[in-house]
Design a protein around this ligand. Structure first.
Ligand SMILES: NC(=O)c1ccc[n+]([C@@H]2O[C@H](COP(=O)([O-])OP(=O)(O)OC[C@H]3O[C@@H](n4cnc5c(N)ncnc54)[C@H](OP(=O)(O)O)[C@@H]3O)[C@@H](O)[C@H]2O)c1
Length: 250
């Protein structure tokens, strides 16, 4: 097993060489918890040449994998699933011990209105029975695609002309998924914030400037008033990356 990577806590109390697992532990005794996970450059870009992968360092990749292992379910927007060619989560030996009494991997839950997805792709056909992919859609999604989806995935219908994300989170929780890790993307994160459905943002800040027309971690118009965040903790590594845990101010 690879060793638990170490990072330095800079806030609230400085401490060197903490384990990533300790840093990212979910709060205890809170029941349902939705953690959104993103990486962004110093100027706010969430992609380089259209993909997030160009921004993360090795620790960020491990942070991403650790969050997957901590998750009961991995929530993702269809845009990200299409662009990043999502498959089922992989059984990760490094973090397998975190999944005692749970399925070896967490299921993917993909949010889509159009259902414009390849149902013959590994995301649907190679997900194990213990972590069958879930599709979260709304009532006016195309009926034929919905029937095709039901052949290969568990389908949750929440809302009429767009997915009602509060209802969707409630439906996941009713199925026993309490720790919900949302891997974005920007549209889903925006909608989730508007629905009051985010408990925590786990943001890696990469020490680069990207510029250009790259997307940020949000889409659409401004929040008025802005959503205030409270910094829960801040970690860093010597290569200049920062790892922030924020919570929306209630
Ligand atoms: N830096 C990072 O950490 C990070 C993380 C994730 C993604 N990204 C990047 O972000 C880009 C994708 O951005 P995106 O905004 O398109 O991603 P997204 O939020 O993953 O996908 C948007 C799509 O999700 C569905 N959706 C989201 N909210 C919905 C709602 N309330 N009701 C119904 N459907 C809903 C819709 O799917 P349908 O179109 O199927 O209806 C919508 O078009 C990619 O380039 C990816 O690499 C970066």
């Amino acid at each position: 097993m690879t060793e638990d990577p170490r990072i330095n806590r800079l806030f609230p109390i400085q401490a060197k060489g903490l384990s990533l697992q300790e840093a990212l532990a979910f709060p205890s005794g809170v029941g349902r918890w939705v953690r959104a996970v993103f990486v962004a450059s110093v100027d706010g870009a969430a992609t380089v040449a259209g993909h997030a992968g160009g921004l993360g360092n090795d620790i960020d990749k491990q942070l991403f994998a650790l969050n997957r292992a901590l998750a009961d379910v991995i929530l993702v927007g269809a845009g990200t699933a299409r662009t990043e060619i999502y498959g089922p989560a992989e059984d990760d030996p490094q973090w397998r011990h975190l999944r005692d009494n749970r399925s070896p991997t967490a299921p993917m839950a993909v949010v889509s209105h159009s259902l414009d997805l390849d149902f013959s792709a590994s995301l649907f056909t190679e997900a194990p029975d213990s972590a069958k992919t879930i599709l979260i859609t709304c009532a006016d999604a195309p009926a034929r695609a919905r029937a095709a989806a039901a052949e290969v995935a568990e389908v949750i219908v929440a809302g009429h002309s767009s997915v009602d994300l509060s209802a969707a989170i409630g439906a996941l929780h009713n199925r026993g998924f309490a720790r919900i890790v949302c891997e974005g993307g920007p549209q889903l994160f925006t909608d989730l914030l508007e629905a009051g459905g985010v408990d925590e943002l786990c943001l890696t800040r990469s020490p680069n400037l990207v510029a250009g027309a790259e997307t940020t971690i949000l889409r659409g118009g401004q929040f008025e008033p802005p959503i205030d965040l409270e910094l829960e903790s801040l970690y860093g590594t010597e290569d200049g990356y920062l790892y922030l845990l924020y919570r929306p101010v209630a």
